[in-house]
Structure formats: C-alpha cells, structure tokens
Design a protein around this ligand. Structure first.
Ligand code: CP
Ligand code: NVA
Length: 312
C-alpha cells in the first residue's frame, strides 16, 4: 500500500503539499523512517542528474539534498542563481527548456513561488521546491518525521508560534492536516496564514479529522499541545523588519511559554534560528528541543522524495 502510494509520485512536481494526498504523504513519512533506520539500500538515482538552483542562501537544504542525491547514486549540480544566465535576463522558459535536455529533475530555492510554477510549466522534468516565499514542503516532511519519532502514530496537537505568514507555517499546516493532527497558530493578527491556504487546509481537515485554530494569544496557542514550533520572525526577503521587531517579542518560545504545553511537549525549529528572538538559547538547546533531529531528518526525507519522484 505504501509503495503503491509512493509510485503515484513518480514524475510529479513537489512544489507544495497542496498537491499531495494523505496516503502519499504518509507513505513518504514511512519511507523516510525506513531510510533513517537503514532499511533501504540501492542506488535508484544511478545516472540521474538533479539541477539545484539557489536564489537565496541555504545550508541544511543544499547539503542534505545534495548528499541525498549522491547517496542514491545520482549527481547534484549546485547552481547559485548568479552563476546562471537567468541573472543576465535569460527567461525562466528557456532555462527550464534547456535544463530539461540535460537533467532529470530541477530543484530550486526561489524568492517568489511564481518562479517555481513558471519553471514547472515549461520544464519536461519534475520540479522540486527547496523553499519559496510561500512554502517549504521538504522541511514540513522532515518536521512530521520528527514528530512521529517522538509520538509514533498518535494524533497530536501542533502549535506554530510566531510568524504565521511564514512559508514553514503554511507547509506545516498542510502536513499536520495530511497526518490528521490538530493545528493551532499563535501569531499577531496581521501575520496569520493566507486566507487561500487556510481555506484549502480547512477543506482537507474535514476529510482527515483535523482541527485548525488561530489565536493571537501565544499561551492559548500552546495550551496542552504536544509540539511547539517556531521559525525566525524575519524570513529571507521580508521588508517590514521594524514593525516585526515591535510586534513579535510576546511570541518568543521560552521556558515560561513551555509551561502551558503538555508535559511531554517537544520544541521544533527549522533553523537557522536567532537566539534570544523567537527562541531562547535555553530552550533551543534544552531537553525538549528536537531541532537537530529535525535537521538530520532533512537528509532521510530528501532521499524518500527523490526516490519516489525519480527512482521507484
Ligand atoms: N531549514 C532550512 O531550510 O535551512 P537552510 O536555509 O539552511 O537550507
Ligand atoms: N522562514 C524562513 C525559513 C528558512 C529555512 C525563511 O524563509 O527565511
């Protein structure tokens, strides 16, 4: 059943979790855990090439994805935007058409999600989102794998605290709903998830049995939850830095806030973090933090996604 769901991903783009069905997502989670436990061997990407375009900096995504491609037998081409002719005005159309003649998949970290959808509309090969302003679907898969490692198959309550308009929040919302988890956002009124994303998640939640709640009160958001998740208040490319500096401090994840959560609650952060801002150093490196497991899981999940799209 798992493998059948994985096979359905073959040749498809991975741009947003809105395009992924619950059984496909759950199969990716299980396959990632199999990779982590060393239960999968083989090199399904032998003689496959993956182009990785980066318009923004990246440590975890670039390295985990690149190592995943190599360990599955393929070759990853690290292509900072400045090294490509797009930086001199070559169109996305021509870039996609040309790269499709050389490589088996195009992965990209982009400023605007539209760049990904345009690349995907022209490419003859699958396009994989390595983060856009709207979504971070590879991150959310690693997040869920990390949650499953702590809570197994339980239906948990997840709270995202901080910038509810962030890419990571949108993707974690979809991922949580795909898993049937309840999802709460604790964020300032003007930094909630976008209406269209919320509408989509709520419709899906009716099928999977999840509940989605929004609150401006961080304590209410984390009350009795199993997972507290936060991300930087200043995502790459945001412009309203001064306003954010004023509004976000009450949303810091610190030991005081943790007291309102379930006694078994874990703390997650996609990293990079800004210690003393959205999370305290004590919590980031404390016993509840799963941030480095989450980072490690980027590797195992990337393998599962690459294998499903290119290899199975
Ligand atoms: N979490 C994440 O995507 O990290 P990088 O920006 O380092 O890739
Ligand atoms: N929300 C952050 C995630 C970084 C991995 C950003 O977009 O900068």
């Amino acid at each position: 059943m798992g493998l059948r769901a994985l096979r359905r991903l073959r040749g498809r783009d991975y741009l947003t979790l809105k395009d992924v069905m619950p059984e496909e997502f759950r199969a990716l989670v299980l396959r990632s855990l199999d990779y982590k436990r060393g239960l999968v061997s083989g090199t399904p990407l032998t003689r496959k090439y993956v182009a990785g375009i980066f318009e923004k900096p990246s440590t975890r995504t670039r390295v985990s994805f690149s190592v995943a491609v190599s360990s599955l037998g393929g070759t990853f081409l690290n292509l900072p935007k400045e090294s490509l002719q797009i930086s001199r005005g070559e169109t996305l159309k021509d870039t996609a058409l040309v790269l499709s003649r050389f490589v088996d998949a195009i992965a990209a970290r982009v400023k605007s999600h539209n760049t990904l959808t345009e690349l995907a509309s022209w490419a003859d090969v699958p396009v994989i989102n390595l983060l856009s302003d709207r979504y971070h679907p590879l991150q959310a898969l690693a997040d869920v794998v990390t949650i499953v490692e702590s809570f197994g198959g339980r239906k948990v309550d997840v709270a995202f605290v901080g910038d509810g308009s962030a890419n990571t929040c949108a993707s974690l919302m979809f991922a949580s709903v795909l898993m049937g988890y309840n999802f709460r956002v604790g964020a300032p009124e003007s930094y909630m998830p976008r209406e269209d994303d919320l509408k989509f998640a709520k419709r899906l939640a009716e099928l999977t049995g999840s509940e989605i709640d929004l609150t401006e009160d961080p304590k209410e958001a984390v009350k009795d939850v199993h997972v507290i998740y936060t991300d930087t208040w200043f995502s790459m490319g945001v412009l309203d830095i001064d306003k954010r500096k004023e509004i976000f401090p009450p949303y810091q994840v610190n030991s005081e806030l943790l007291k309102a959560a379930s006694p078994e609650a874990i703390v997650m952060h996609c990293q990079p973090w800004f210690l003393g801002q959205e999370i305290t150093e004590e919590v980031a490196y404390g016993p509840r933090s799963r941030a480095f497991d989450e980072a490690e899981n980027r590797l195992h999940t990337s393998k599962a996604v690459l294998e499903a799209i290119l290899g199975i």
